[in-house]
Ligand binder design. Structure first.
Ligand code: PHE
Length: 529
């Protein structure tokens, strides 16, 4: 039974933690967390965010890693093993990260461009670069190829090895940059105030939804990632402890990112007169480069390390998104890893191109290639983070909390104690918090996520514009698109996948061995000739 783990899984617990943390730490931490925090009430947002990480994100993460670990298979098979009618959630958990991958490719391309351009002038290129389709496509391709190459190596020799090297580098650069920024002197405390001053009135329901979905997105939960990575772990890993490490690491990096960005901008505000343009992409790709420029030659180096660090974080996230669909394709269609990753990467890239162009239009002030009033990147992002991720997160809780173990009576089915002892017996050792975990998993987490989700959707369809709620047709369209995606997943699953083999990690080992044998034979034949 341990064969798949030995052959193609993570070599060790640390490798798994670093790979999962690599997936979690990404643009969500370095780019969107700081600006969302300062926009949604500073420390008030951080408070809700940390709350969401601990009581929701962590529960979902443990559930997902465990679902993967016990199934030793891709997420469709994992859900199927729990209950055949839940398999569509597995497909949705593959589609979600695939959609993220499509726009992550573009943003990843931006980070690579800015890293490589650090020794020229980055401060004025944002507009020209984003409007230059050829260049955007080129850098997106570069970023995609880098990530594809890692995944081609497999879990142990590709993903794990890369993360073991890259994650420590990332952390060291991060700490150096933060220390540097915090000791800039004047303006630092104003920056910190701007970033963290608690303002609970700025935190509406949309802020709470933003905090929750940001927590899920940042932790890479609700997306099949943890199921997939979890499936490549063996008996030796402790799911609970690993999840805590991953979450702590992810949260620290997010908080540190804000500590670097805002004090720096405030410090240089006086000198450079830059306006704090605090809306997402502009903050990182426009404001920061102006600061780096004002530092002179030192700034070039800081810029190189900063964007290098962001690129590393983006690559280690990107590979996890690629892996989820790749794993499924290998196992379901019994194709080689190389072929599977070529398909996933190729199709993802085909979507990335129009997304990149649409973003370019938005950033250069043209209203072209929009859907429901948004550029395509935002469309994908809104749909995944606000609808698909929370649904999959609820799905993971319900699958493990309600469907995994048979119960003999209604009383037993409702009992948290029973669930806790079942989990314990089966090997999910959570010690003293087992009972609490069971309660959260069965009741609190799905209900809370559900409530926040419902209000969140109301907020999308009836946004409040200066105090009054008005109907938004664009909001409705986005929600409907999300609904259609879910229905399509369900239909595909029930028609084509429910009663067919969908493969396991063990199948993947066989396929890999066959591929290796074939290659050896080819080599031998070549030698003989
Ligand atoms: N967690 C990653 C981040 O913070 C993003 C991500 C999304 C990773 C989806 C995997 C899957 O940027």
């Amino acid at each position: 039974m341990d064969r798949p783990v030995k052959r193609n899984g993570f070599a060790g617990g640390l490798g798994f933690i670093l790979a999962a943390a690599g997936s979690a730490v990404g643009l969500g931490n370095l780019w969107s967390f700081p600006y969302k925090t300062s926009k949604n009430g500073g420390a008030a947002f951080v408070f809700v965010y940390i709350f969401s990480v601990i009581i929701l994100g962590l529960i979902v993460m443990i559930a997902e890693i465990y679902l993967g670990k016990r199934a030793q298979a891709n997420s469709i098979t994992a859900y199927k093993k729990v209950n055949k009618n839940l398999g569509w959630l597995g497909l949705l958990s593959i589609v979600g990260p695939f959609m993220v991958l499509c726009y992550y490719t573009v943003l990843g391309g931006y980070t690579v461009k800015f890293a490589m351009n650090s020794f020229s002038d980055n401060s004025t290129i944002m507009q020209t670069f984003s409007g230059n389709t050829g260049e955007v496509v080129l850098y997106s391709a570069l970023f995609m190829i880098l990530s594809v190459l890692v995944v081609t190596g497999g879990v142990k020799n590709g993903i794990e090895k890369a993360c073991k090297v890259l994650m420590p580098i990332l952390f060291v650069i991060m700490v150096c940059i933060v220390v540097y920024c915090l000791f800039l002197g004047e303006g630092v405390s104003d920056g910190l105030k701007y970033y963290l001053a608690p303002d609970f009135s700025a935190l509406g329901f949309d802020g709470i939804l933003a905090a929750m979905s940001q927590a899920f997105f940042s932790l890479s939960v609700g997306m099949g990632i943890m199921i997939s990575y979890g499936s490549y772990t063996g008996k030796n890993i402790n799911v609970g402890k690993s999840a805590v490490w991953i979450a702590v690491f992810d949260t620290i990096v997010a908080l540190l990112a804000g500590l670097a960005v805002f004090p720096t901008i405030f410090h240089y505000q006086a000198e450079t007169g830059i306006q704090l343009q605090n809306n997402g992409i502009v903050l990182m790709f426009s404001s920061l480069p102006i600061v780096f420029k004002s530092l002179g030659p030192v700034g070039n180096i800081v810029s190189f390390f900063f964007f290098g660090m962001v690129s590393i974080a983006a690559v280690t996230s990107m590979i996890s998104m690629l892996e989820v669909a790749t794993q499924f394709f290998i196992q379901k269609f019994r194709i080689k890893r190389k072929k599977a990753i070529a398909i996933v990467g190729g199709v993802g890239f085909a979507f990335a191109v129009p997304i990149g162009i649409s973003l370019g239009f938005a950033l250069t002030g043209k209203e072209k290639m929009m859907l429901a009033g948004n550029n395509l990147l935002d469309v994908f992002d809104i749909i995944v983070t606000n609808v698909i991720i929370p649904i999959c997160a609820i799905g993971a809780c319900i699958a493990l909390g309600w469907f995994t173990y048979k119960s003999n009576s209604a009383k037993e089915a409702l009992s948290c104690r029973k669930l806790s002892s079942n989990l314990q017996e089966e090997g999910l050792k959570l010690g003293k918090v087992g009972l609490l975990f069971s309660f959260m998993l069965k009741y609190a987490a799905p209900i809370l996520i559900g409530v926040i989700e419902v209000f969140g959707i109301i907020d999308i369809v009836f946004p409040s514009v200066s105090g009054t709620r008005t109907f938004s047709m664009n909001g409705l369209i986005l929600v409907l698109i999300a609904l259609v995606i879910m229905i399509v997943c369900a239909v595909i699953y029930f028609v084509f996948l429910k009663n067919k083999e969908t493969g396991t990690n063990e199948d993947e080992v066989v396929i890999q061995e066959e591929a290796e044998k074939e290659e050896e034979e080819k080599e031998e034949a070549a030698v003989q000739e």
